[in-house]
Ligand binder design. Structure first.
Ligand code: C2E
Ligand code: MG
Ligand code: MG
Ligand code: MG
Length: 292
């Protein structure tokens, strides 16, 4: 230690790793308690096929309701949770809950649609993910075709060999795979060729500032053409305004997810929306706007 380091010299000796490890341990037990106390819930955001007015999918989005801080959004706690082993329990809970809910909609007589579950990198990197998914499908009794798993390119990138095997195993089970957040970051076309995705989701960055300039139109129609070429369903995320919707419609992108149609909804409201849409076959946008 030198004198110049003065009062701050202790920082060179502070046990950073231990502190972080301790923090993570505490977080892990907090998350564990949250699971036990049933503080987690899923909200469901519908994907609308605009042309037919049908809901063609529901994305499950995780919420954490805490007594002290209210609702905590996934981007606040998932990155931390991913540093603990608890993420694997949590993701099992998410999968199971989403599958059970989807089955319960089917039992209510609603037309079957896929429920979509997001997978984080850590979840995707479990060597036996397909086995976990298979046993959840088995336990719940949901037909695999009604489960869609979403992952991002970033997740695939972390371990391409494992990704290849896991995706193959999952596809062999019969579940659908969607590539989330396409158009953000790298968006390499190579992945589309290597892996076969059922669904391509356009990242909301592409949609948010959409004003219909020729560059934007060119970009989105190119992505739509790619989707068509690879036989994928393309869903535009983050559609908030009717202007955005009109532009997308003109480009023949008719599957949309976003606040314009509906925010993510708690189970009860999601169920009500599904039954309402099923009852009204010829709904127009004015009906949409007045839905919960
Ligand atoms: P994501 O999978 O891309 O989900 C879309 C996010 O955009 C959701 O945020 C949704 O609420 C939000 N969104 C939907 N429509 C609009 C819109 O029109 N405008 C705007 N501004 N936002 C819109 P959320 O629920 O906060 O989730 C954020 C991210 O957290 C998700 O992004 C996903 O990557 C991750 N996530 C959520 N639930 C889970 C989960 O159960 N497991 C894992 N591993 N990740 C999850
Ligand atoms: Mg997603
Ligand atoms: Mg995502
Ligand atoms: Mg997304």
């Amino acid at each position: 230690r030198t004198k110049e380091q003065g009062k701050n010299h202790y920082q060179f000796y502070s046990p950073h790793l231990t502190a972080e490890a301790e923090l993570l341990l505490r977080l892990e037990s907090l998350l564990h308690q949250a699971l036990e106390k049933k503080q987690f819930s899923l909200q469901y955001q519908p994907q609308l096929q605009y042309k037919t007015g049908k809901i063609v999918g529901m994305e499950a989005l995780l919420r954490w309701e805490t007594p002290a801080y209210g609702m905590i959004m996934p981007q606040k706690f998932l990155p931390l949770a991913a540093k603990t082993n608890l993420i694997l329990h949590l993701s099992k809970w998410v999968l199971k809950t989403a599958c059970e809910q989807n089955l319960s909609w089917q039992k209510d007589g609603l037309p079957p649609i896929p429920v979509t579950v997001n997978l984080s990198a850590k979840e995707f990197q479990q060597p036996h993910l397909a086995t976990v998914v298979a046993s959840i499908l088995d336990e719940t009794g949901l037909d695999p075709q009604w489960l869609e798993l979403e992952l991002t390119e970033l997740t695939l990138r972390q371990n391409l060999n494992l990704a290849r095997k896991t995706l193959q195993d999952l596809q062999n089970l019969g579940v659908r795979i969607a590539l989330d957040d396409f158009g953000r970051g790298f968006s390499s076309l190579g992945y589309l060729k290597q892996f076969s995705f059922r669904t391509l989701k356009l990242h909301q960055d592409l949609i948010r500032d959409l004003r219909g300039t020729s560059e934007e139109l060119g970009l989105i129609s190119a992505v739509l053409a790619i989707g068509k070429g690879f036989n994928m369903r393309v869903v535009a995320e983050g559609v908030e305004t009717s202007e955005q919707l009109n532009i997308l419609q003109n480009l023949d992108c008719t599957e949309i997810q976003g606040y314009w149609f509906s925010r993510p909804l708690p189970t009860k409201e999601a169920t009500a929306l599904l039954s309402k849409i099923t009852r009204n076959n010829d709904i127009d946008s004015t009906n949409f706007m007045s839905l919960p």
